[in-house]
Design a protein around this ligand. Structure first.
Ligand code: G3H
Length: 529
């Protein structure tokens, strides 16, 4: 379980990034105030010590207000250049941006590894998946525009219906996917004609900095404004003004509620939220154990369980419990721990310095209440890690059952009657996804019918996941508000708005002239190829 420093040359930290620029109203402004140092929990030396990566501005209310003013100015109550621009031209700006972004792949991948401890293949995947998401969003927007390039007629009234922007979007992403999930909010918000204020997550901040110039040079001034600092210091004052039209946040419901509460007119505020979850695995007696164990390993341990879609509680049928626990525990102990660039690594350092201690608290609480650790390495700590403990039997009074652990610890419960996990899910505050393992169609079908109404994705003999990104990503209860996917995100960040006219000679003549003159960016039947 060593994290020794065999760091390949290309991944060594040779200089720190002392980020002093931030993007407001099309200008890369210089910051001369307080800063916060950014450390990686990965050591660069044989004797463990966190690695200093650089520093970022610690901004406050005045900068937050500047950014908000810039976004409001660029929107200009719907009259701004960006919200009124032709779809084709907005798409061109986005194409320019993604072209510039691609040039930064190796820098961003290296920072993903150091800042959040994500493995090299997963960091590359996060970058490539984000680029693909942007390219797919562009294609989807063209399709949306093409399907709107027409008139319909009902009861003697013609209509030309499109989707228009909502206004100013405040965008906040999570640390576990600081690029992908943040951009999965930001990109559709921008392309639909909204203007934005964006603050990177608490970890994975420096990796945004290579993109500041790309944002600055690809979009008109004020469309994208990027701030650094604590959410409390910059996001809260922005919300208090009541000028934010959409709060787009991937994180937890506590922060989402706190920010929402700041807005003086909650009826005006639209929400696009991806929040916490406690996705269960339910393993039926006839499950294929080889496949199940592989999927549950992936679901519980990939990126150390720091995924909203991670499997965070495992229900296994009493009949196969002993066999499952034995084989699953051995597999957990066989996983490879190392630094993100180590070949074949599966478990990597935790980016939050306090996380091993928190997981230890959950562990101690469960042990005190009657659970035991089923794997030999479970709970072993190093400077930046705690080995995933397979805990059994877990009961509802344990913190590990109640809290979203978002880290390496695996609670297991057994059941004899399927109503036990179903009742627990119905009672739970969360409703994102479930993984159901089994083969018998007569057992599976009633379960599928129930589970589909308790969560928003039932994964059959497969671990939970967000992707492919064209599929809907959402949840019930405290797990989400609004739906994200390449297609749905364009809808979530826009509203249907249209031009209507009665079918008479004057109107028909006027519309024909409007179309011929090609002077309206909204009213157009041009077909974007
Ligand atoms: O943190 C939650 C992410 O949306 C999970 O995405 O399932 O692709 O890892 P993923």
């Amino acid at each position: 379980m060593s994290t020794k420093n065999n760091i390949p040359k290309e991944f060594k930290i040779t200089e720190t990034i002392d980020q002093r620029k931030y993007l407001v109203n099309g200008q890369l402004k210089s910051w001369s105030g307080d800063t916060t140092e950014v450390y990686s929990t990965i050591s660069s030396t044989a004797q463990y010590q966190p690695t200093l990566l650089g520093s970022i501005p610690d901004m406050g209310e005045p900068e937050a207000m500047d950014a908000l003013q810039a976004a409001l100015g660029a929107y200009n109550q719907g009259q701004g250049v960006w919200p009124t621009m032709k779809v084709k031209d907005r798409i061109e700006c986005m194409e320019t941006f993604v072209g510039k972004m691609k040039e930064k792949r190796s820098t961003i991948v290296k920072l993903l590894m150091w800042e959040i401890g994500k493995s090299l293949p997963d960091s590359q995947k996060e970058f490539d998946r984000t680029v693909e998401y942007i390219e797919d969003t562009i294609e989807e927007y063209k399709e949306l525009d093409r399907s709107s390039a027409k008139f319909i007629k009902h009861q003697g009234v013609y209509a030309h219906i499109r989707r228009g922007p909502l206004g100013v979007v405040l965008c906040l992403g999570p640390y576990n996917y600081p690029l992908n999930e943040t951009f999965a909010l930001l990109i559709p918000a921008i392309i639909m004609g909204n203007t934005t204020v964006f603050k990177p997550a608490k970890h994975g901040v420096l990796l945004i900095t290579p993109l500041l110039e790309a944002f600055q040079t690809s979009f008109p001034k004020g469309v994208v404004n990027i701030l650094f600092g604590r959410g409390r210091a910059v996001a809260a004052p922005i919300m208090k003004t009541g000028k934010v039209d959409v709060l787009a946040l991937i994180g937890n419901s506590k922060s989402a509620n706190a920010l929402q509460d700041q807005h003086p007119k909650s009826n005006r505020l639209r929400l696009v939220l991806g929040l916490e979850a406690k996705n269960p695995a339910i393993i039926l007696p006839d499950a294929d154990l080889d496949l199940t164990i592989d999927e549950v390993i992936a679901g519980t341990t990939s990126f150390n369980g720091q995924r909203c879609t991670a499997l965070k509680v495992v229900y296994v049928h009493e009949e196969i419990k002993a066999e499952f626990l034995k084989r699953f525990s051995a597999k957990v102990d066989g996983l490879k721990f190392g630094n993100p660039w180590d070949q074949g690594v599966q478990l990597t350092p935790l980016p939050e310095p306090g996380k091993p201690a928190y997981i230890q608290e959950l562990l101690d609480d469960a042990l005190a209440k009657g659970a035991s650790i089923k794997n030999t390495k479970g709970g072993k700590q190093t400077d930046n890690y705690i080995w995933p403990a397979v805990l059994y039997p877990v009961t509802k009074d344990m913190r590990v059952y109640q809290e979203e652990q978002f880290g390496p610890i695996i609670p297991v419960l057994s059941f004899t009657d399927i109503s036990e996990p179903l009742d627990d899910m119905a009672e739970s505050n969360y409703g994102q996804q479930v993984s159901l393992f089994g083969k018998d169609v007569y057992s599976l079908s009633p379960l599928i019918d129930t589970l589909a109404n308790l969560v928003c994705r039932v994964n059959l003999n497969s671990s939970c996941q967000r992707g492919p990104d064209v599929y809907p990503f959402t949840g019930r209860k405290d797990s989400a508000q609004a739906t994200l996917s390449v297609h749905d995100a364009l809808r979530s960040f826009s509203i249907r708005t249209f031009v209507a006219f009665k079918d008479n000679a004057l109107n028909n003549e006027t519309i024909e002239q409007l179309l011929e003159a090609k002077v309206s960016n909204f009213l157009s039947t041009d077909y974007i190829l």
